[in-house]
Write a protein that binds this ligand. Sequence first.
Ligand SMILES: Cc1ncc(COP(=O)(O)O)c(C=O)c1O
Length: 362
Amino acid sequence: MTLPVPDYITAIEPYVTGKPIEALEREYGIRDSIKLASNENPLGPSPKAVQALQNALQEIHRYPDGAGWRLTHRLAEHLGVAPEGIVLGNGSDEIIAMLARMCLQPGDEVILPRPSFLMYEICVRCAGSRPVFVDLKGLGMDLAEMGRRITRRTRLVFICNPNNPTGAMTPRKDFEAFMDDLPDGVVAAVDEAYFEFVRSPDYPDSIAQVKAGRPVVTLRTFSKAYGLAGLRIGYGVTTPEIAALLHRVRQPFNANLMAQIGACAALEDSEFLESTRRITHEGLDYLYGALDEIGVRYSPTQANFFLIDVGRDAGEVFEALLRKGVIVRSMAAYGYPTHIRVNAGKPRENERFIQALKAVLE
Ligand SMILES: Cc1ncc(COP(=O)(O)O)c(C=O)c1O
């Protein structure tokens, strides 16, 4: 059978998600497993969001507000930007897809750091455009080289800060120099999915660039620090001009009713956000210390996850950890054949991971 599908779609490698706990337990016949693989919130969801969602259940026969008025206004107030510059998405994933739909035609070029979040490449390929990869320098983005690779065909540049999967942060000076040199006709997408976890004082302010009218779209999400990954809600912060174009390519009710309600409540839950930051940072510090003790190398992070060099085949270590009920991510497919990526969990989960890793490496 011949299907009417362009070659550039057939060639796409499907995105592989972290293994769900339920799938692991079903396949391996084990119980009480833990997942430190998808950079989720170890505390669960924001309690204020849960309460608001429970109260809202009787409303789900209604369509959501397609304009997301309440959430966009809350976010605008929170960030000090114009509400006309906020675009909601079914996760920040969807904003990435919307950007590709808005800007790209077959033959266009997009500058992508490598390795980084795989959805950039998938969305670029869906448009029949060409990803131009710029390898990381160490674990961080090489913005100078990314700037040099811009041509007349370049439409979009993705900056992931902190970068997934390395956890490295682009410092302010490098970001500002890159933005100063960004030629007219190119949009910078700055993915800040993990910005709430950053501890460095040198983190760049991409929203200041938006406020200055630069062609920037800052991507943020409620999936990580607010614990709402399953609800699917993220947003872009940009100029009203770019936002108006993004609205043209989105579905009318792309941010669902419960997601909008949950996100509004989570945004008010500063206590939960603080607890999330605390447990994440304490978790990371514990893990660093424990790895130092057992002599395993790792790369400190600005996000809620980090890379560990297990010094042997990462796929095998991943499998062995699975059998002990611990789900992490092998980084072999990202070009790090001896690394796994792990996010900070609850103290009990972190300890269990260290015990399991010790046993596997012995
Ligand atoms: C760098 C980065 N960007 C975006 C996303 C997508 O997040 P969501 O679609 O849940 O908002 C993720 C999720 O893992 C991510 O790591």
